[in-house]
Ligand binder design. Structure first.
Ligand SMILES: O=P(O)(O)O[C@@H]1[C@@H](OP(=O)(O)O)[C@H](OP(=O)(O)O)[C@H](O)[C@H](OP(=O)(O)O)[C@H]1OP(=O)(O)O
Ligand SMILES: Nc1ncnc2c1ncn2[C@@H]1O[C@H](COP(=O)(O)OP(=O)(O)O)[C@@H](O)[C@H]1O
Length: 330
């Protein structure tokens, strides 16, 4: 839900701070030189009533806050000192001016990947304060949510030959039943040539770590929250590493997103052959070295205090884990 007041403030801010319009494929440049985030796979996208997730030139992303109480609730969640930080995108307070009240400034968890393969997995999508109407509307979108415990909200998967991304949105996710959910998740790990088994097992161990946190806490219940998973789709390495080197002169401070360059530019410059010259690929080698992955919890507009374990969230995680383990066994 984005209110007209919020949108009005944003438009006023953009009008007062507009910059040259040449930074994205669509020519769309928003506040502070931001462009729509090209690696967004789900959630509110850039449109008439909202800006969706934006990519800042400093390498962070800006997520537009929802109207109260959701936006402030999410902001408050990120500012709490929870022992969950390692499973969240880094949040930065260095968000100046009007954008501070309109956006969350977060680490872009896709940033260090050359060809990020991204999947967003959602959990039950109504909170205890939801009206009966909202409750029924959300259930009707995916009646299997209670049984399966999660919903595939979106994915973007790199295919090696031809080199391109394939995408699936939440309507694809909603089409998956008990018999097909495993196949749906398998698509995320298939590059057109092979199943990326090592990425599956690394992601499993990260999810297990998140599950352990849930098993140890009774303070919070998470509704309409997501798990964002990323692995490297590129078969190439840069100077022995699969990941982008930090640019000279950039500093990485504890608790702050790493400053780096604009992912969407990089993605756009990589339209055809993988062997083309590339801003990051000074010394491309065909190696299959250690695959790193990211699994982060995102979207905290519906986190509520509690005094008991979040059984529903854990149910979803356990089902997700057993489905991923099944993929490895097949
Ligand atoms: O059902 P709607 O139209 O009220 O919009 C939903 C949003 O509710 P809101 O308008 O903010 O009260 C809803 O927002 P909340 O999660 O309730 O904050 C979601 O964004 C939902 O998307 P999805 O089905 O979870 O991918 C949104 O559903 P879609 O528009 O994506 O179907
Ligand atoms: N920290 C992040 N790093 C990279 N991508 C992100 C990050 N946060 C969100 N995204 C992208 O934006 C999408 C929507 O984010 P989300 O927080 O769920 O927004 P919404 O509240 O609109 O549902 C995600 O599916 C993901 O593709």
């Amino acid at each position: 839900m984005r209110t007209p007041v919020l949108i009005g403030k944003l438009r006023a801010y953009v009008t007062n701070h507009s910059v040259t319009r040449n930074a994205s494929r669509s020519g769309q440049v928003l506040l502070d030189g931001c462009v729509p985030f090209s690696h967004q796979v789900a959630g509110h996208k850039c449109g008439i009533n909202n800006t969706g997730v934006l990519q800042h030139p400093d390498g962070t992303i800006l997520k537009q806050l929802q109207a109260p109480p959701r936006g402030p609730r999410e902001m408050n969640f990120y500012t709490r000192l929870l022992d969950l930080q390692q499973h969240l995108p880094k949040y930065t307070l260095k968000n100046k001016g009007a954008s501070k009240e309109l956006y969350l400034k977060l680490e872009d968890v896709t940033r260090r990947f050359l060809r990020p393969c991204i999947m967003d997995i959602g959990k039950r999508s109504y909170d205890p304060l939801a009206s009966q109407e909202k409750h029924e509307e959300q259930i009707s979108k995916y009646p299997l949510m209670e049984e399966i415990g999660f919903l595939l909200l979106g994915m973007r998967v790199y295919q090696i030959d031809p080199d391109r991304y394939i995408t699936h949105d939440q309507f694809y996710g909603r089409s998956l039943g008990k018999d097909s959910i495993k196949n749906g998740l398998t698509r995320f790990f298939h590059n057109g040539q092979e199943l990326r088994r090592h990425a599956v097992s690394l992601i499993i161990s990260k999810i297990q770590s998140i599950l352990r946190w849930f098993e140890s806490q009774t303070q919070l219940h998470f509704y309409a929250s997501s798990l964002l998973m990323v692995y490297e789709g590129s078969p190439h390495t840069v100077n022995g590493s699969k990941h982008k080197p930090a640019e000279p002169g950039t500093e990485h401070q504890q608790g702050e997103p790493q400053s780096n360059s604009n992912n969407s530019h990089e993605a756009l410059s990589f339209q055809s052959s993988l062997t083309h010259s590339h801003p990051y690929c000074h010394n491309v080698q065909h190696e299959r070295n250690e695959e790193a992955v990211e699994v982060k919890m995102i979207d905290f507009a519906h986190v509520f205090p509690s005094d008991n374990p979040d059984e529903s969230y854990m149910y979803g995680l356990r089902n997700l884990l057993s489905t991923l383990e099944q993929i490895l066994k097949d």
